[in-house]
Design a protein around this ligand. Sequence first.
Ligand SMILES: Nc1ncnc2c1ncn2[C@@H]1O[C@H](COP(=O)(O)OP(=O)(O)OP(=O)(O)O)[C@@H](O)[C@H]1O
Ligand SMILES: [Mg+2]
Ligand SMILES: [Zn+2]
Length: 462
Amino acid sequence: MKTKGRSVFVCSQCGFESPKWMGQCGGCGSWNTMTEETVTALSAQAERGRGQGEVRPPSPIGQVASSEQKRLDTGIGELNRVLGGGLVKGSLTLISGEPGIGKSTLILQAAAKLSHRYGKVLYVTGEESEEQVKMRAERIGGLSERLFLLAETQTERILREAESLEPVFVIIDSIQTLYTEQLSSAPGSVSQVRACAGQMMRYAKTSGVPVFLVAHVTKSGELAGPKIIEHLVDTVLHFSGERQHDFRILRSYKNRFGTTSEIGAFEMGQEGLRELSNLSESFLEEASYGTEGAVITAVYEGTRPLLMEIQALVVHSGVGFARRTAVGIDSSRLSMIIAILEKKAGLSLLDKDVYINVTGGMKPEGTSTDLAVAAAIYSAARGIAVSQRKMIVAGELGLTGELRSVRQSQRIAREAERMGFSAILLPAGNGEKLKETPQLKVYCAKNLRQALDICFSGETGR
Ligand SMILES: Nc1ncnc2c1ncn2[C@@H]1O[C@H](COP(=O)(O)OP(=O)(O)OP(=O)(O)O)[C@@H](O)[C@H]1O
Ligand SMILES: [Mg+2]
Ligand SMILES: [Zn+2]
């Protein structure tokens, strides 16, 4: 029994609070994430947000100084793009990602470049020693005279150092290691992470210095996850990739200063992260043209088209039920595509396992990959390859088997041409408007049946 302070159980993943311990969180449904924390009067005060203490009358909107135009160039084009055109002064950005994905590397690269361009940068390392960070900087060519390292985890001390250094950019690596002396709970607990993020928010807003908070994605309940401070920050970035691949994708899930549909692409290597401005080329490097089960498709991500390969494998199921496994594609979308194939293309997949993979570890958003997924499954099931080796297939599938238009087919066609493709198959709604060029033949289909006829015409199987 606790006598002092009110004790509550808080979910480390979503921040849900309960007076009693629960095995499963009532907010997000995670298991074993409820941890006990003591609520003190101070924590409520610490969380209250910016402008605390000072009283200012409301200002007419026209007289509020606008600083939106003041963006810093991070020196990394792909990062600038995801941020909405550079780093906004006074903004607070959260960057999350699995352990070892390359968060520190990305931010250190940006830090070094920003320091060359604009002035002092403060890199606060709560996780690694200054030596470790220096070794990384040496490896990736990120040494700079104006880059300052501080191994410190107490927020008050960090803010004092920041105020005397007067940097142009501050990095906290990571927010889960920070603590404030105002709270008695452990670093990494929900209340500490929230309070420290709140303090950094106030610093960013009052000083105009942009701040990056690095946060680990945690599966267990010991550390508070990035979700609990997403509402507080201006921008939420997520850095992802697959361990087997060197590709890394940076996405924004929330951005008060730009769109959230942009993606940034990188390749991890010995010298750090290399920007991939020609992603299609990287994705298609090992494409298996003319192989059964492989179809090249295009998606429009952010402001650019991307070409990628969809692979399907269809095998007889050994066990009683058929397996459907999708990597990179939503599995309920896959079930729908399979149902449409059975109904509209006469394919029987009842006793077949179906596997789908998007090469390069990509997870394309949207539905424009539907037709390519269907064509890949059809190709794998029938054992016939797409008859034209260099053809792009794109389109959304409706439940009746009709094809729906995709976004930006003009730009997709241009990208296909640039990458040396000789044909493109699109829904009639797109294809009829598209001008054919001597390099690129345009095929249109109204429905799945027509599309499959075009894909596999003249092929007799093997
Ligand atoms: N010498 C090296 N050559 C190539 N790649 C390396 C080398 N050293 C590290 N890496 C890559 O860098 C990754 C670690 O990068 P980084 O420390 O920036 O990740 P992080 O997301 O900050 O990880 P953490 O969760 O530990 O903080 C490794 O997983 C590896 O892919
Ligand atoms: Mg790190
Ligand atoms: Zn929860």
